[in-house]
Design a protein around this ligand. Structure first.
Ligand code: ADP
Length: 583
């Protein structure tokens, strides 16, 4: 019965669809893993780069902090930013805390690369990033000293020049000196161990005395701070912390006009670049991923079709066979010897064997019908003749009828044996036997029939020959062989049975030898097949059904033995049985 697809069976997706899903999953995993690995390597590389540029970053930060400390606004910072960018090779950008661009070394073109997501630092002289300042300046910077000293950039430069000159003066006098490098302090000269006269002669008064602005700033801070502390005292909150607080507040309030507002510093075209290459919004990344997936689909479709085609051919062949076309085969032309190719091959082999089985089955049915028809026709003919009074119903007729019915029952017995053998239900009842005895018994049983046919029958046995077997079945085997020998041997011939031991092989050897008609070489290989008869005439005198030798071989093999036939046409035949000796 053919099963229909709509008959309630859940339809599993086709081979191609499953293959496609599998390939896509593999491709997606591969793309994901590659992205992850690359991202990891990139962030490591990025970290390395950051460490390398930390020093440069500090220099940029200090320069910008100095700028912020020198003037109230960021106006004109773009020049400094460009200079620093040119010197460090980094992209530098400054924005206000709310994102308004103050300066960008990458220009102001709207298509320029985006800024990194997070700023590298906040540039605020009132709260400087201590880790980005030179060691030693941190303390004074933290105390807020010298920030917003009211010097304009020009005055600052003049003072720096003076400080450099003074340092030169010290050095020339033989005392080491240098200019302070603190971006948050007013330029000053630092010396060691110089005597008072040298100090006085080297440091100009302008450098040693604070400017008017500085004086007024300090006074304003002092006043504001005192007011604040007084107010705190009135509310009873006077403490060391309150004093420090008031000082800081006053400091910031007074100096604020001389200091630029805090700004965010963005560094590094590098960070931007790394980010861009793995940003999922990046069209190139998306395009590459899509191209990989598309290629996967294309390759899978092509490969899948090639794979599915022979399976379709196979399915078509099976369906044709199911529909009753026994000659259905999978076309093998140009087929490769891969798994599917081998499957197709196996299918074709199975189809051939099924066809052969079917042919044999049909032949067997027709053989059986034929075998049954002969004796039945004879019986009917005799009986009709008797009824019509043409043949007398005498002993001779009864003997003929008996002979036909014997033939019929022998045929039915044989068929039953074969059917049992085919079903694996022909059971043996083995016991220990003497093969020599068995041969003598069978010879004795057929001696009378042989005498009637004018054939000499002898048995040649040597000693007891112990085997294990079913005595009834072994008698049937020898009876078949002797029956054939007598049937195909003319009067005056000889039939000899032998039983001997083949010690070398541990076998008992039983032969049935006759001097009869023999079997032609072309028939010899087939005589053990069912219904095979060498004599096409199927004459009744020699009439067997052609099943005897098939059953004989089956029984011998069921005993663990073998049987073979040798024959010379016109001279006689020898059937040799080998059975394992019992231990
Ligand atoms: P059958 O019942 O016809 O004898 P078997 O299966 O016993 O069938 O034998 C098959 C065929 O083998 C016989 O038809 C006959 O042609 C040939 N054959 C068997 N035994 C002999 C023999 N001893 N001498 C000659 N031909 C034989």
């Amino acid at each position: 019965m053919r099963r229909s697809h709509s008959g309630g069976h859940p339809r599993t997706p086709g081979l191609l669809v499953r293959l496609l899903a599998l390939s896509l999953a593999v491709a997606a995993c591969a793309v994901g893993a590659t992205a992850w690995l690359t991202g990891r390597n990139t962030s490591r590389q990025l970290q390395g780069d950051l460490e390398r540029t930390l020093e440069g970053d500090a220099a940029i930060y200090q320069a910008l902090l100095g700028f912020a400390d020198g003037q109230p606004t960021w106006d004109g910072v773009d020049k400094l930013v460009d200079q620093l960018a040119a010197k460090t090779g980094q992209r530098i950008a400054l924005t206000t805390p709310d994102g308004h661009l103050l300066a960008d070394s990458a220009g102001t073109d709207p298509d320029r690369p985006r800024l990194p997501r997070t700023p590298a630092a906040v540039v605020d002289p009132f709260s400087p990033a201590l880790n980005l300042l030179p060691a030693g300046t941190a303390a004074s910077a933290a105390a807020g000293k010298a920030i917003g000293d009211g010097l304009s950039a020009k005055e600052h430069d003049e003072r720096a020049a003076m400080a450099r000159k003074a340092a030169g003066c010290f050095i020339r006098s033989g005392y080491p000196a240098r200019v302070n490098d603190d971006p948050l302090s007013s330029p000053a000269v630092i010396w060691e161990k110089a005597p008072q006269p040298v100090i006085v002669s080297c440091i100009p008064t302008e450098l040693s005395t604070p400017t008017e602005k500085e004086v007024s700033i300090n006074a304003a801070i002092k006043q504001l701070s005192a007011e604040c502390f007084d107010a705190a005292r009135q509310t009873g909150e006077a403490s060391a912390t309150a004093a420090a607080d008031c000082q800081a507040k006053a400091d910031r309030a007074v100096r604020d006009p001389y200091v630029a507002d805090p700004a965010l510093l963005f560094l590094g075209e590098g960070a931007d670049r790394y980010q861009a290459s793995w940003d999922p919004r990046d069209a190139r990344t998306v395009g590459t991923v899509l191209a990989v997936l598309l290629a996967t689909v294309a390759v899978t479709l092509i490969a899948g079709r090639r794979l599915a085609r022979p399976i379709h051919a196979l399915t078509a062949a099976v369906q044709r066979m199911e529909a009753g076309d026994r000659s259905a085969r999978v076309p093998m032309k140009g087929r490769r010897q891969d798994e599917v190719g081998r499957l197709a091959h196996a299918f074709n082999a199975m189809a051939v064997s099924m066809e052969e089985n079917e042919r044999q089955r049909q032949a067997m049915v027709s053989d059986i019908a034929h075998e049954l028809r002969n004796p039945l026709t004879n019986v009917r003919g005799y009986l009709e003749g008797a009824q019509d009074g043409l043949v007398p119903l005498d002993d001779a007729l009864i003997a003929s009828l008996l002979e036909e019915s014997t033939l019929l029952s022998r045929l039915v017995d044989d068929l039953q044996d074969l059917a049992l053998a085919d079903a694996g239900r022909l059971h043996l009842h083995p016991e220990l036997l003497d093969a020599a005895d068995l041969v003598e018994q069978v010879t004795a049983a057929h001696r009378a029939a042989a005498a009637v046919a004018g054939i000499a029958m002898t048995a040649e046995v040597s000693g007891p020959l112990r085997i294990e077997g079913d005595p009834g079945r072994l008698r049937q085997v020898l009876g078949n062989l002797v029956g054939n020998a007598l049937r195909y041997t003319p009067a005056g011939g000889e039939v000899t049975l032998t039983a001997s031991a083949d010690d070398g092989a541990g076998q008992a050897l039983i032969t049935v030898v006759d001097t009869g008609s023999g079997i032609a070489a072309e028939h010899l290989p087939h005589i053990f097949e069912r219904f095979y008869r060498a004599d096409a005439s199927r004459s009744r005198e020699t009439g067997g059904s052609g099943l005897g030798l098939a059953i004989t071989r089956y029984l011998v093999e069921a005993h663990g033995g073998t049987i073979e036939a040798q024959s010379t046409e016109g001279a006689g035949s020898t059937f040799t049985i080998r059975l394992p000796v019992a231990v």
